[in-house]
Design a binder for this molecule. Structure first.
Ligand code: FES
Length: 183
């Protein structure tokens, strides 16, 4: 006599309880997935940055190298970063426009550190397709991207053109009045 539990349904095609068959299938797949993860881990772990590389993720910069009204381009994580020493007029222009209609609204004060509004530190790549904008172009007194005509103001906020976002403000902190740690 067949050894079938009472109430169990038998798959007529294979003569086996389908719920039991599903369980075996799921258990096999779970073991296979666990094994794959265990094998993959050393390879994935290898791809994590070394301590040396992580240290390079932060840089320290002496802001006294940047005269008022000028900017220095610092290379950070392989990309340009603008460290700009803004004039009072540039700051006033940025603050006056805080309430203007913008694609990516942000107050100037949110883009600088309290008490250090002369220092604007922003990523040097246009948020459209990554070209490097030049300072002093466009009608907002900030940066102009020659690739497709994006115009940023003196706070690095996008004011015109195809770029969707403001120039990115990276994570940074002042270690002293003259030294900033970026990253
Ligand atoms: S990359 Fe700057 S406007 Fe297109």
């Amino acid at each position: 006599m067949a050894d079938t539990a009472v109430g169990a349904k038998t798959d007529p095609a294979h003569g086996e309880d389908p719920s039991r068959r599903d369980f075996i299938y799921i258990a096999t797949m779970a073991v296979a997935a666990g094994g794959a993860a265990a094998i993959a881990w050393p390879f994935i772990d290898q791809m994590n940055p070394s301590a040396d590389t992580r240290a390079l993720a932060s840089i320290e910069f002496d802001v006294t190298k940047v005269p008022e009204g000028q900017q220095v381009v610092v290379k950070w994580r392989g990309k340009p970063l603008f460290v700009r020493n803004r004039t009072k007029a540039e700051i006033a222009k940025a603050v006056a426009d805080d309430g203007a209609s913008m694609k990516d609204p942000e107050k100037d004060s949110a883009r600088v550190k309290p008490g250090k509004s002369q220092w604007l530190i922003v990523g040097g790549n246009c948020t459209h397709l990554g070209c490097v904008p030049t300072f002093g172009g466009g009608e907002y007194g900030g940066w102009f991207c020659p690739c497709h005509g994006s115009v940023y103001d003196t706070s690095g906020r996008i004011r015109k053109g195809p770029a969707p976002k403001n120039l990115v403000v990276p994570e940074y902190a002042f270690l002293s009045d003259t030294k900033v740690k970026i990253g």
